[in-house]
Design a protein around this ligand. Structure first.
Ligand code: PEP
Ligand code: MN
Length: 353
């Protein structure tokens, strides 16, 4: 048995919206009966795009959530977007509050929530903002930390990012942004919200597994006693029993292993990767040196830096080899774009020497 302990993944589940006392109690009791949920989620103030949509049942919903906690023993949390929400949630005894994507995107609201949370002991979850970068998300975390929410009760939720024309996802995940947040805040646990990423039921399991393989600490997922009849986000909600099936089908991997064979193999492969990275950057540096030489020749002959046909030839040539190299076309394009930009910068540098 390895001495590296596997931390138990956190599962937070519940309806998108709290709709009625019966719906909350039934959903929560069925979730509790499945035995694989640590906490209940439910929205009572819903940030809907259109005013004609169901806006949430408001304060009364918290009483139903508190009653569900009494019935099931499961703690509960609710989305908050302003100081009033925080006060009502705390008065109802909420164990957790979360900031939704739209709130994280608005520093005024984040600050208002942070101020209202000062001196409290609730768990706080911060979803990523709408834009696919780490900045607004980081700002929201900094405001929470400054309000005294310490890192053992502050967590992050990656729920995907808004993107027009997204295929296959409602809010496509941008994994590297979430991983960047992990780098910036290594003490914070990171959950994945596959429901708002997918916007459908069929992608939930694969998306959750992807997050787990990237060593996420748990899931934040929507579940409803009668998903088809849900008043919001019907298409992405699953019954508690279906959720349980999905959860049982997931493979939670260990974050580390200390068996000698694993450590030896990893050490060997990581050394190889380090060496390849060194070679890669050494080659890139040589390539830039040649770009500077070309820049000097162009300068001496009064020729412009950018020559479209030459660039197209380079791109076509490498894209043509992508498959043979086992690389995706998108990746090859992205690398070439970055190399090209750096190359132009180097040529520019010598142009006016
Ligand atoms: C929610 O979790 O119900 C919600 C509104 O999510 P998001 O902020 O991710 O859109
Ligand atoms: Mn929802």
């Amino acid at each position: 048995m390895s001495a590296v302990q596997q931390k138990k993944p956190i599962v937070i589940a519940g309806p998108c919206s709290v709709e009625s006392r019966e719906q909350v109690i039934e959903t929560c009791c069925r979730l509790a009966a499945c035995g694989c949920v640590d906490m209940i989620r439910g929205g009572v103030w819903k940030p809907r795009t259109y005013p004609s949509c169901f806006q949430g049942v408001s304060d009364i919903g918290l009483e139903w959530l508190a009653e569900a906690r009494k019935e099931t023993g499961l703690p509960f949390g609710v989305e908050v977007a302003n100081a009033h929400h925080v006060e009502v949630a705390l008065r109802a005894g909420a164990d957790m509050v979360w900031l939704g994507a739209r709130t994280t995107g608005n520093p005024f609201s984040v600050q208002e929530v942070a101020d209202a949370l000062k001196g409290t002991a609730v768990i706080v979850l911060v979803k990523n903002g709408p834009m696919p970068d780490a900045e607004l998300w980081t700002g929201a975390v900094e405001r929470m930390l400054a309000a005294g929410i310490n890192t053992d009760r502050l967590m992050l939720i990656h729920r995907g990012f808004m993107q027009s024309g997204a295929v296959g996802y409602r809010n496509p995940p941008v994994w590297h942004v979430a991983l960047e947040m992990r780098r910036r805040f290594p003490q914070l646990r990171m959950l994945c919200d596959p429901s708002h990423m997918c916007g459908n039921r069929t992608g939930l399991a694969a998306t959750a597994q992807k997050a787990i393989d990237l060593s996420y600490d748990g899931l934040f997922v929507e579940s409803h006693c009668n998903p088809d009849a849900a008043w919001s986000d019907a298409a992405q909600q699953v019954t508690p029993e279906r959720l349980s099936e999905i959860l049982h089908g997931l493979k939670w991997r260990r974050k580390e292993s200390d068996t000698p064979a694993y450590m030896r193999e990893m050490e060997r492969l990581r050394l190889e990767i380090d060496q390849i990275d060194l070679q890669l950057f050494g080659l890139l540096s040589r390539r830039m040196g040649i770009a500077e030489e070309i820049g000097r020749i162009k300068r001496d002959n009064d020729v412009t830096i950018f020559q479209l046909s030459r660039w197209e030839e380079i791109v076509d040539n490498m894209i043509g080899r992508a498959e043979e190299l086992g690389l995706s076309e998108g990746f090859v394009r992205m690398i070439l774009d970055a190399v090209h930009m750096e190359s132009i910068a180097h040529q520019n540098k010598v142009m006016n020497d």
